[in-house]
Design a protein around this ligand. Structure first.
Ligand code: ZN
Length: 537
């Protein structure tokens, strides 16, 4: 553990920031993970006492550090209402083709309750649109020659092989919005061969069994971007095969084409229609982001804030077997605990950072990055303009990592700042080792990116024994009840993780300029077209 270092006043502010050291203790990380992953918190599901107790705990930590309440009415809470929708009964899906009507069993046509319409009843023709990507400017025009107005669009999951994985994840996440803009009323998805390998049909059944959730705006409306898409259905491959065959196309052929590098199956009329009916029950729940501010020391730059985000929620109770509690020790008690360790260090640096630092323990990540979406779209008046996000989600603290994967680093000037900060702690940055997972779009930092704010999200890397440990965690514990305190944590790895992130935040908060997207970067162009850009080194 290094001690605080005092430096001569002649050094520049930037180098001063780099050299400041406040001890980060492994025992602090251990203490907070131990509390947050306790069985008594019952998996910290939003809207339950377990989550609210976790929120009180984080607020108490903020208060003990002397951080300023950044929430509503002088509190540490940004309240948000979530709407939760469950199916009121089994939905009815009937496919009509070749003069016949086929009722599809609910476990072969997976869909979730609607957050916008209590009753949905659709009867519309089907049209196939390949991968369903509508970005002619990127050379992806799967709707060419197709009229989707008033129709159910059938698309393949994923994106063409060879497309950059982060761009692909973006395109995948935009598909329902693209279908809506083309006038479609519903989307049916058929899995590619690659996606079939990544997760079993049973996993999909499990994931759609969870209630649908979104946040509710001040107008009382549930926020859904693709409002006019009334339902999205995942169709079992066997059902899809017969549907394609009836239209004179082989699903195997289409999937084989999609499985080739650059393969993009063309669209066609499916000579079929679908009747889809479902009713939904709604429940509104109150929950909160837990937010605190370390005010900046520079009177001008203090009006900007660097956000540290970590989701506080997890999956609640419901696992199979005797242990039914999803404790989420790694996901994301470890992220919150390391963020709090960084907060402790930042609150203790002798020279307060120039920009303000906003700490946000977020709700509803597991329900679709909801707390972060709400915060990114409802900036806190106390925190000024959010100029960067450093996200903490599921750092796998099982081994003494020597490298970190910095998701998002290559898109903006956060990258070089992060690399320099990590280098001072003896850590190198590695490129994304699991591009097929599309991680960049799957945690809270992405909601800030979507509002034009550059972000970075670090996870322990694959060097040395890292890959084996990381993959074993994903396979055996990720989103399972066994992600709990019985895992062999390396608490010193937690302290190191907090240290590197603290140094990144200091670099961002003390820099002369706020971070900028690199010129020509896709996400910068997409979400911050008018913001000044930096040349890519
Ligand atoms: Zn998770």
């Amino acid at each position: 553990m290094k001690l605080p270092v005092l430096l001569a006043a002649t050094l520049s502010v930037a180098s001063l920031a780099q050299a400041q050291e406040v001890p980060i203790r492994a025992s602090d990380v251990q203490a907070d993970v131990t509390f947050l992953a306790d069985d008594l918190l019952l998996g910290r599901e939003p809207g339950t006492p377990g989550f609210d107790i976790a929120a009180r705990f984080v607020a108490a930590r903020y208060q003990a550090l002397g951080l300023k309440p950044a929430g509503a009415d002088g509190t540490y809470y940004q309240p948000v209402t979530f709407r939760e929708a469950r199916l009121a009964g089994p939905p009815a899906v009937t496919l009509r083709y070749g003069g016949r009507a086929m009722a599809i069993a609910p476990d072969r046509a997976l869909l979730r309750a609607s957050l916008t319409d209590r009753a949905v009843a659709i009867s519309a023709p089907l049209v196939f649109a390949g991968f369903g990507i509508d970005r002619a400017d990127l050379g992806q025009d799967d709707y060419r020659g197709i009229d989707a107005r008033g129709k159910v669009v059938v698309v393949l999951s994923g994106y063409p092989k060879g497309v950059d994985s982060e761009l692909g994840a973006f395109l995948g996440a935009e598909k329902t919005v693209m279908a809506m803009r083309r006038g479609a009323v519903a989307v049916i998805t058929v899995q590619t061969l690659q996606d079939r390998k990544r997760g079993t049909w049973d996993h999909l059944i499990e994931s759609v069994a969870r209630p649908a959730r979104t946040w509710v705006g001040d107008d009382g409306q549930a926020f859904v971007r693709a409002r006019d898409i009334k339902v999205s259905v995942m169709l079992h491959p066997d059902v899809a095969e017969r549907l394609f065959a009836a239209a004179g196309h082989s699903l195997d052929g289409v999937l084989a084409q999609a499985d080739r590098a650059g393969g993009r199956p063309g669209g066609f009329d499916m000579q079929a229609s679908a009747d889809i009916a479902l009713t939904s029950q709604w429940r509104d729940i109150r929950t909160e982001n837990v937010v605190a501010l370390l005010p900046g020391s520079d009177p001008v730059l203090a009006r900007q804030s660097v956000v540290l985000s970590a989701h506080l929620d997890h999956l609640g109770v419901g696992g199979k077997g005797p242990d039914r509690i999803y404790n989420g020790a790694m996901d994301n008690a470890a992220g919150v605990a390391t963020m709090l360790a960084a907060a402790r260090a930042l609150a203790g640096v002798p020279q307060r950072p120039r920009r303000s630092v906003l700490f946000a323990a977020l709700t509803g990540e597991e329900s679709g990055l909801l707390g972060s979406d709400y915060l990114a779209r409802h900036p806190l008046p106390t925190a000024g303009a959010m100029v960067a996000d450093v996200n903490f989600d599921m750092p796998v603290l099982l081994y003494r990592f020597t490298d970190l994967v910095a998701f998002g680093a290559q898109h903006s000037t956060i990258g070089p700042i992060a690399a320099a900060a990590a280098g001072r702690d003896g850590i190198t940055l590695s490129p994304d080792p699991i591009p097929e997972e599309g991680v960049f779009t799957r945690s809270d930092h992405y909601r800030f990116v979507q509002q034009g704010i550059p972000a970075v999200f670090m996870v322990p890397g694959f060097a040395g024994d890292g890959e084996r440990q990381f993959r074993a965690f994903l396979k055996d514990h990720y989103h399972q009840v066994s992600d709990d305190l019985s895992l062999p944590f390396d608490w010193e790895a937690g302290a190191l993780f907090a240290r590197v992130n603290t140094d990144i935040v200091l670099g961002l908060a003390n820099a002369e300029q706020p971070p900028r997207w690199f010129a020509g970067d896709f996400f910068g162009q997409q979400y911050a077209p008018d913001a000044p850009k930096a040349p890519k080194p």
